[in-house]
Design a protein around this ligand. Structure first.
Ligand code: SAM
Length: 245
């Protein structure tokens, strides 16, 4: 059964223009098994059907590599990683990356710590924290070349969680659905205040005609010290509302 999963994964990936070798497919298969096992006790994902898991979790995560140049050895942080998407598939395929997986849920980070060990992923750090606190700490603030986030919050809020973690000249990638333009409009003020600038919105399509967008934000200036605000404030009072009531 497992080999069947790996073959399907490799086939679908190839159709999407992503070449996976059998070792990578095997590690991603092992990961899927662990997600499904833990999912019976920890609420990790509602996407459990095989093809859906491949497309919506693994292929979607890897689409970043197809669309964006990720430099060798880059430091990447996945904010609100949940069960490890997109961070784990990215790390499996790009072993050179130094990856930090952040989530505020203790149960999810316990799962991720287990999975990282089981899959033998080196240079992969799992952090149970709110992104607001990580963004204030010297250990993480402005230390990353790339921050990625999928399905965490609206772009104005998400920018305050992610941009403080990114080095000047680095990028923040928000993975969004087909029509993120309303969110982008709402977030423009926040992104500017936080030292970012929207570079581009990259469209891509998953099998089954599912349309997605990657919003790429460049960090052009340091984030002012007052951001991120304390835990929960970005969500309660997004910067746009604060600046332009
Ligand atoms: N990125 C994963 C994916 O696409 O499958 C998980 C998405 S899940 C809907 C959102 C995750 O973000 C949850 O696991 C939640 O615990 C985490 N989260 C939400 N706000 C957060 C914050 N301020 N700091 C850290 N994690 C946060």
């Amino acid at each position: 059964m497992r080999n069947n999963f790996e073959e399907r994964l490799m086939k679908i990936a190839k159709e999407c223009g992503i070449e996976l070798n059998s070792k990578e497919a095997q590690i991603l298969g092992d990961f899927k098994e662990e997600v499904l096992k833990w999912n019976t006790k920890v609420n990790l994902t509602t996407i459990v059907e095989e093809e859906q898991f491949i497309v919506k979790h693994i292929i979607d995560s890897l689409m970043i590599l197809k669309n964006i140049h990720v430099p060798h050895g880059a430091k990447l942080v996945d904010v609100g990683t949940g069960a490890g998407f997109p961070g784990i598939p990215l790390k499996v395929v790009r072993k050179d990356l130094q990856v930090t997986l952040i989530d505020s849920s203790r149960k999810k980070t316990e799962f991720l710590k287990f999975a990282v060990k089981k899959l033998n992923l080196d240079k992969t750090n799992v952090l149970c924290a709110r992104a607001e606190s990580a963004g204030k700490s010297d250990e993480f603030r402005e230390k990353y070349d790339i921050a990625v986030a999928r399905a965490v919050s609206a772009l104005n809020i998400l920018s305050e969680l992610c941009l403080p973690l990114v080095k000047v000249e680095g990028i923040f990638i928000a993975m969004k659905g087909e029509d993120p333009y309303g969110e982008i409009e709402d977030a423009e003020g926040a992104i500017k205040v936080l030292g970012g600038k929207i570079l581009e919105v990259i469209p891509y399509e998953l099998p089954g005609g599912i349309k997605r967008r990657l919003i790429v934000v460049k960090k052009v200036e340091n984030t002012p010290d007052k951001y991120p605000r304390r835990e929960g404030v970005p969500e309660k009072r997004p910067i746009k509302l604060e600046k332009f009531p």
